[in-house]
Ligand binder design. Structure first.
Ligand SMILES: C[S@@+](CC[C@H](N)C(=O)[O-])C[C@H]1O[C@@H](n2cnc3c(N)ncnc32)[C@H](O)[C@@H]1O
Length: 226
């Protein structure tokens, strides 16, 4: 179902300008943008410090990144989200809660490499990315080989991907892709909420819905081999 455009979307986006560091794509063809356009961000200029940087891709309403940033004030967080309607909620949350160490990119993940310098982030969080079953959408899955090569470019050596999903099919697919693309998979659980990682887990908006339906949550960490 298509979400109705939020009221006063543009004025509200403008009021979030202090936390929004990139918006849209430099051209319609994402492949061309990814290959040709470069506007590398200076994290020190953006955050005013040289703390390590981590990234969430597909941050949705920002519940996860806001709590993670609150728990880890010594880390700077970037949150990328394709949908303007959705990222607005995340930005308004971070501003309302006075969280200083989060900035947002309202861009498709396909062009992350245009903005994030090579080997600049220590971790990438993928929470409940759309599983997109069926072979026609394989390339759009956020753990396909296409996206893993983007993540490999921006991750520091030894950096990690932390993934959670409710979809067993997507989880098994992702584990295969990590292994094929130079990642070592560690910390695998097929029932996160009954595992030793449950205590420190930050429940996302989608996770709360799936858990309320009694579905198990799958989680894995994939380390980039140096
Ligand atoms: C199923 S929602 C999960 C939201 C949130 N992470 C959570 O767990 O509650 C997936 C989100 O990923 C975003 N998304 C999907 N494909 C994307 C892409 N290529 N680049 C950036 N964001 C994307 C969608 O707009 C959506 O907000």
């Amino acid at each position: 179902m298509r979400m109705r455009k939020k009221r006063n979307l543009e004025p509200r986006m403008q009021r979030c300008a202090a936390v929004l560091i990139a918006r849209g794509s430099p051209c319609k063809n994402l492949k061309e943008a990814a290959e040709r356009f470069r506007a590398p961000l200076s994290f020190e200029a953006i955050f005013g410090n040289d703390h390590p940087v981590e990234l969430e891709v597909g941050c949705g309403n920002g519940k996860f990144i806001a709590e993670l940033a609150r728990r880890s004030p010594g880390i700077n967080y970037l949150a990328a989200e394709l949908c303007t309607n959705v990222i607005l909620t995340a930005m308004e949350r971070v501003i309302a809660e006075g969280i200083p160490n989060v900035r947002f990119l309202n861009i498709p993940a396909e062009i992350l490499g245009c903005y994030l310098p090579p080997e600049s982030v220590g971790a990438i969080y993928l929470n409940f990315s759309t599983p997109l079953p069926g072979s026609t959408h394989e390339r759009q899955r956020l753990t396909s080989g296409r996206f893993l090569s983007i993540y490999k470019q921006i991750l520091k050596p030894g950096g990690r991907i932390e993934q959670k999903t409710d979809s067993e099919f997507f989880f098994e697919y992702s584990l295969e892709k990590y292994a094929e693309n130079g990642f070592e998979v560690v910390d695998v659980t097929r029932d996160l909420h009954a595992s030793r990682w449950a205590e420190q887990n930050i429940v996302t908006e989608y996770e709360a819905n799936f858990t309320a339906k009694g579905l198990p949550i799958f989680r894995a960490v994939a380390l980039l081999r140096s």
